[in-house]
Ligand binder design. Structure first.
Ligand code: MN
Length: 316
């Protein structure tokens, strides 16, 4: 992934509170081996994080043939949250995990000091449609041992005819069992046609509403498929309406205040840490044990930019 520090055209702006804003995705080709293009809304040139959510990729719906074939690659300092609306993806990792994820279930990988994984879509009879999200691990937890968990027992309920599935954190009194490290929410919501709702939210949280299907109005502003609408802290409700129905992902959390460096698949706090993480991956250090999969190979890290990476805060 790109990094601000690599971009010579980047102009630094004064950090000031960001108001409510609709963010457009940018199209990113996932890997040279994979046909799938993703719509990336975080990190965005206006905003780096929503709570500890730091990465939002939306892919599909797309035909399944080789839709996702991402060879072994490493992660540090973060959790990966994999969530599907249709299709099936097989996850394998350097802890020995082999887990197929299907819609409505959660794959949660906590990288801690380091883990490697690969992802392969496997059922060619359905389209692939889903999101891949990352959360930043807070400093006291980021050097934990890596773990992988699969959850198929998540809360599902209806609120005023909106169907809600909570995969991370707690919403409307219903809590996901998934292990997280900071105050966060992640949920899938289905708005039926002619929805008009004042959805209660936590004023301590900032929120992002990603429309993955259909179109909705969030606080009276139209948000189209693929867009992420940001709502700052301090709100008691978010108003949503949809004429023809919509499928949304609601993300939120207490604003993440640590300065971080996100470079490629790593999150660290200093340039030297990132250099070491990269070297560990390139040298096939025991931190990233090899594992078998049906893809083969491993994705090499890109070259570091010719300057020192600088930790940055929430706003770009
Ligand atoms: Mn990954």
């Amino acid at each position: 992934m790109s990094n601000r520090a690599e971009d010579p055209n980047f102009v630094t702006v004064e950090e000031s509170p960001l108001g409510e804003i609709t963010l457009d995705p940018r199209i990113v080709k996932l890997t040279t081996r994979s046909g799938v293009e993703v719509k990336r809304t975080l990190p965005h040139r206006r905003l780096r994080t929503i709570g500890a959510w730091c990465f939002v990729d939306h892919f599909g719906p797309t035909d399944q043939l080789n839709a996702m074939s991402v060879a072994a690659h490493p992660h540090t300092g973060l959790q990966t949250v994999s969530w599907l609306f249709s299709g099936e993806v097989e996850h394998r990792d350097s802890l020995g995990s082999v887990q197929v994820i299907v819609p409505g279930e959660l794959n949660l990988m906590t990288s801690g000091t380091g883990v490697a994984h690969s992802e392969l879509s496997i059922n060619q009879n359905t389209q692939l449609h889903g999101v891949q999200l990352w959360t930043v691990l807070p400093d006291p937890d980021r050097n934990c041992d890596p773990t992988f968990n699969h959850y198929n027992n998540l809360p599902v309920f209806e609120w005023q005819s909106i169907s809600v599935r909570v995969f991370i954190g707690e919403l409307l009194g219903q809590r996901s069992p998934a292990k997280i490290f900071s105050p966060l929410i992640g949920a899938e919501l289905h708005l039926p046609a002619n929805t008009q709702a004042h959805f209660p939210v936590d004023p301590d949280y900032e929120y992002g509403v990603l429309v993955v299907e259909g179109e909705a109005n969030v606080d009276q502003k139209p948000v189209g498929e693929g867009q992420l609408h940001y709502v700052p802290q301090g709100r008691q409700h978010i108003a949503w309406s949809s004429k023809n129905g919509a499928k949304l992902i609601l993300l939120g959390g207490k604003p993440f205040t640590e300065k971080i460096i996100m470079w490629w698949n790593f999150i660290g706090r200093s340039h030297d840490e990132i250099v070491k993480m990269r070297e560990d991956w390139q040298s096939q250090s025991p931190k990233f044990p090899a594992f078998e999969d049906h893809i083969g190979g491993r994705i090499p890290a890109p070259n570091l930019p010719n300057l020192r990476l600088t930790p940055r805060g929430n706003l770009m």
